[in-house]
Design a protein. Sequence first.
Length: 224
Amino acid sequence: MKPAQHPYPCYLLKGFEQKVATPAYKSHVTVPFIDLEEVSKLLPQPFLFDVRYARTDNFFKRQVYPTPNVFLQEDTAIDLIRAHRFLNKLGYGIVIFDGYRPWSVTKHFYDECQPFEKNFLADPVKGSTHNRGCAVDIGMYNLKTGKAVEMPSDFDEMNERAYTEYLGGLPEPRLKRDLLQTTMKEHHFTSIKVEWWHFNHRDQLQWPVLDLPFTEILRAPRSS
């Protein structure tokens, strides 16, 4: 009996060696990454991408990713796709800001940020769920207009408006934020207090903290 074919294209990292020791260092790892841009082309309603770390309009004010690719560990990606398709029934789709983030980028952010910003950033001593490919930063967009839905704050806005339980501002953006929160929790994600856009997948601890650059992932052999 033939094994079932994977429903989406993905990249399998086979035996790449990390160049930088991370908190959960393994010299050789095999991690199935899915390229969300490729997956998006197969969906009835695509994801919308707004990868600001591949541009200069981010809190760091400089480009930190060489390309606007978004990679996720495959189980995380599949649950994100299911959440996206659920929202499609309500007239919305998912806007993706960030996914897998190399550990060296997390360390760079932490070392060079302002002191107050450290409350919103992962400590590189422990590593980030982004480094495991099991966290995603997202918003929503309206399928009819193709425009992003207004939320209580912008992505990476480091103040109380970014909190998941922020009660200020207009009611409509809070309702949209709460819809996103509820949808993601029903699809095996958890949120964090200080960022309404950040979601961790339930399988996060099954994967190591990684420092594989985008260029290595893009060169990795495609799975069959």
